[in-house]
Write a protein that binds this ligand. Structure first.
Ligand SMILES: NC(=O)C1=CN([C@@H]2O[C@H](COP(=O)(O)OP(=O)(O)OC[C@H]3O[C@@H](n4cnc5c(N)ncnc54)[C@H](OP(=O)(O)O)[C@@H]3O)[C@@H](O)[C@H]2O)C=CC1
Ligand SMILES: O=C(O)CCC(=O)C(=O)O
Length: 482
């Protein structure tokens, strides 16, 4: 029997009113841990603690914030192997992917430690004689964070680090499916020297803990990453709440990768395999539409099938594994449902899509590649969020670009080409927030903005110094010196 890991509210570790079990998707007999679930009253306590701590933290010096964020970064980086293992065990990313994600979280805290020192206001001349105008940024207040299961430490890091950096206090609700990394990160944050109440962890369901954050008048802002359906509910709740809340939403994608006749075939296949299938395709930036021009189409499909045959799908913690399991039974059911939908729609399942048996009972799915798909099919329009990609044939670059942009989403897009002309044209004309040339659509730097257009994102960008748009509010002060 292991101890039930607690929530962190007002500077104390507290028991919950229920328990959530964290199950290893590579081996469903393996219980990663048990975590206390907060209820509505405990979430309200966390909000009250964050509210009480806000004035003090908002006034803290940049040095205090730098020291805390830097300390968090150093501990995460020093423990990246151990934490990467926990992440891979609870979410199903491979061990190298898990360690990579943890390292990224550490680097994000280091970046925002530096940002705490760089927040300087502006002073300008007024259009009216004799007046001074000053622009300063102030923190928002209590920020509620609602995060998904697919990046259990990086996404919390890129919300919590800027929130603390700019002087906000935090109530953090991780996805119930992956509380382990969230709990480990929270422990590290509690050791950073920040005052009680500045950071609070409340594990629990979206419908209870999430909803309480949305309904509460003392929560000034909500940062959310997850599905489009939940994103819409959050937007409505934030607008209808009194006072209205600031919110930012990072949601789905149906990201295109265009492969042109002049692409280097080997590069295109590596880019497509990485973008579509690594991290089990469970990335909002995953390439799920492979838009391939006539002259390279057949060679690309043959090379993809060959490459996919060589990939190992197995326990996320085993050495040499390329693709871990699907995160849980419900996501696996969704993937299988879409594989059936694709076949019923008339696309050809050129590779994979079968359930796999391994030594341990886990949610193992062979990566699936559809060909002969068109952009009107549901598999080309709806986010599947699994290791499933569809090849769509295009006559030429112009048609490929039109198909690429014909989607309700606009998170990431990519092109494989050796032509400077097409690469430049695509960068300018692709309707997405992030464009990649000869690189996978997934996998981004941590010091530059992350976010999309159309149905993928709403509100200010995350990451890099652009994050300050969300976590601060601008004050314009006029002075007449007399
Ligand atoms: N774009 C992306 O990055 C992601 C997209 N998805 C997509 O979403 C699908 C479902 O995944 P899922 O994890 O269920 O995504 P959700 O959008 O349901 O969950 C994301 C977060 O929102 C919380 N939440 C759910 N309902 C509410 C609510 N009414 N009020 C406040 N918070 C709420 C969840 O809590 P909890 O789950 O703990 O109840 C979780 O912390 C996937 O198949 C995929 O298509 C999923 C994850 C990331
Ligand atoms: O592509 C990445 O590295 C980040 C993707 C991401 O944030 C997501 O899938 O939610």
């Amino acid at each position: 029997m292991t101890a039930i890991l607690k929530n962190f509210i007002g500077g104390e570790w507290v028991d919950g009113s229920g328990v959530t079990r964290n199950i290893n998707p590579s081996n469903t007999n393996d219980l990663v841990g048990e975590y206390a679930k907060a209820d509505k009253a405990q979430t309200e306590k966390a909000i009250a603690a964050a509210k009480a701590a806000f004035p003090g933290w908002a006034q803290s010096t940049p040095q205090v914030r730098y020291d805390a964020l830097n300390k968090i970064s150093l501990e995460i980086l020093a423990r990246k192997e151990e934490l990467g293992r926990l992440l891979a065990r609870e979410e199903g990313k491979t061990l190298p992917e898990g360690i990579g994600e943890v390292a990224r979280a550490g680097q994000i805290f280091a970046f925002f430690a530096g940002e705490a020192l760089r927040l300087i206001g502006e002073k300008g001349a007024s259009v009216r004689p004799g007046l001074d105008v000053e622009l300063t940024r102030e923190p928002m207040g209590v920020v509620g964070m609602i995060t998904p299961w697919n990046f259990p430490i990086a996404i919390p890091a890129w919300k919590i680090a800027p929130a603390l950096c700019y002087g906000n206090t935090v109530v953090f609700k991780p996805a119930e499916l992956v509380p382990g990394s969230a709990h480990a990160l929270s422990e590290i944050i509690t050791r950073s020297g920040i005052p009680a109440g500045v950071f609070n962890l409340v594990v629990g369901s979206g419908s209870v803990v999430g909803q309480t954050l949305l309904d509460h008048p003392d929560v000034a802002a909500i940062s959310f990453t997850g599905s489009v359906q939940t994103g819409r509910k959050i937007a409505q709740a934030c607008v209808l709440s009194n006072p209205m809340k600031k919110f930012q939403l990072e949601m789905g994608g149906k990201n295109p990768l265009v492969v042109l006749d002049d692409a280097d075939l080997k590069t295109a296949v590596e880019v497509a395999v990485n973008g579509s299938y690594f991290s089990t395709g469970q990335r909002c930036t995953a390439s799920s539409r492979l838009i391939v021009t006539e002259g390279i189409h057949d060679r690309f499909v043959a090379a993809m099938a060959e490459r996919l045959k060589g990939l190992s799908v197995d326990d996320a913690l085993k050495a040499g594994v390329h693709i871990g399991p699907v995160v849980d039974q419900s996501q696996l059911d969704q993937d299988l449902r879409y594989i059936k939908i694709g076949q019923d729609e008339g696309a050809k399942l050129a590779f994979g899509g079968e359930l796999l048996q391994r030594e341990t009972p886990g949610h193992y799915l062979q990566p699936a590649l559809f060909t002969e798909a068109n952009n009107n099919m549901r598999i080309a329009r709806e986010e599947i969020f699994g290791p499933v990609a569809a090849v769509i044939r295009a006559k030429n670059y112009e048609e490929a670009l039109a198909i690429s942009n014909d989607t309700e989403f606009g998170l990431a897009s990519g092109i494989c080409t050796t032509s400077l002309k097409y690469a430049s044209h695509y960068k300018r004309n692709s309707e997405s927030g992030m464009v990649m040339v000869n690189l996978p659509t997934a996998g981004v730097d941590y010091h530059v903005p992350f976010g999309g257009r159309k149905g993928s994102s709403y509100g200010a960008r995350e990451q890099g110094s652009y994050a300050r748009e969300f976590y601060t509010t601008v004050k314009t002060a006029y002075t007449y010196p007399g």
